[in-house]
Ligand binder design. Sequence first.
Ligand code: NAP
Length: 473
Amino acid sequence: MEPAKFLVNGEWIATENKQSVTNPYKNDVVGEVFQAGPRQIDQAIMSAADAFSQTRLLTSFERSTILGAIAKEIESSKETFSKLITGETGKPITFSRVEVERAIFTFTFSAEEAKRIEGNIVPLDLAPKSNDRIALVRRFPLGPVGAITPFNFPLNLVAHKVGPAIAAGCSIVLKPSSKAPLTALRLAEIIDRTVLPKGGFNVVPCPGDQAEQLVTDKRIKLITFTGSPAVGWALKAKAGKKRVLLELGGNAGVIVDKDADLAHALRRIVQGAYGNAGQSCISVQRVFVHESVYTRFSEQLLKMTKSIASGDPENERTVVGPMIDEAAASKVEGWIFEALAQGANLLCGGRRTGAFLEPTVVTDARPEMKINAQEVFAPVVTIAPFKEFREAVQMVNQSEYGLQAGVFTNNLDHVLYAYRELEVGGVIINDSSSYRMDNMPYGGVKDSGHGREGVPYAIEEMTELKLLGLTMV
Ligand code: NAP
């Protein structure tokens, strides 16, 4: 198979540097990708800057039509995309199919939102000397956008940057994950076939640190980054005056109250903790259960965890496949051993084979242990009992992160208290932390991020308000 070329200024580019992409389950090479170097990245930035003079003037109708065409083409290649995602990430095929459906939604919704970038009228006659004045305010595209994306949703998280950028009238340079660049390059083929002006979308596969060029180059007006907190915050420190949107990780907490529907809570927690091998930023990591139902909850969780379908990601029954690579699985295995040595107990799991880590439940883990304090990004949960609801909220907040939290309760006071007190970007009632609809505002507080994604909210970040003051003389 020929290595995949990348797209700069409407041209498909091959270079002397190649990188191979490995399937973490079979450990075989599923593709090769040409790598962009500093010169090609510079060309991509230049072409995005040139193309912006055209993309900024596209009409709402034109932007919407382009996005609708992208959604339609993904729709007609659904299975190809699903297999590609499973091939390069090891994501179970049924989860890959869901991701493709979500990406179609994200582009379709972006097509709709492209028609809804409205403004408002501001009265200015609020003081005696400001008679006969009124102002119009509307949003204008910010400029070329630099987008950097992670491996775990290689299609939909790219869609969350490209969709709003095209809707807003911005041009784009995308740097996809080196672990999963094939899906983004396939999407680039589709975007290349639309009538988006040449250079309006560029994709530059390259090693992570080389993408800093996007962050430091003044022609890029906004960096939208999804990935790990360490990389994200370091990039923000280097971005100078550039606007930066950070969608980072977390160690999501979930509360199971005494009056919760336990069977429902267990189903959703198991799905939210182990689906995609826990490699989601809102994956359930820390579960706090009311003491009156703790024993029943932990017995059921143990049973369900042991019976979860694991293994070959191409098998339609598989829920837990491999993690992205052996290094990632081995790191978390080490954290589990460390917690056990420090006094935690293993309810089940904990064993690793290559990149595959068994779904794992740990009890008696203290907040400062890595499996609680850090983002595990693996099929691992800790469970702990609580007495008072307020105490559970404090336990969730005892974290440097704050992306989303789940609360299973039927007590309205507790719902309102959790909404007011939980230090997170979103509180999900009667579901786990691991819920996302692609139009909702999505992002974290504390170390989990800066700004919001979700199509209309990302469009706001990618545009700037401008006022037109009108004076009657
Ligand atoms: P990562 O290692 O931080 O990588 C993310 C992206 O940043 C990749 O494209 C990577 O390129 C690039 N990168 C790495 N170093 C860079 C540098 N110095 N300058 C510029 N770019 C650089 O994260 P990951 O392992 O792919 O993804 C997992 C993380 O993403 C987790 O923390 C997860 O919680 C987070 N995440 C957050 C959200 C959200 O919406 N909040 C959603 C999904 C995932 P290479 O691949 O070439 O290294």
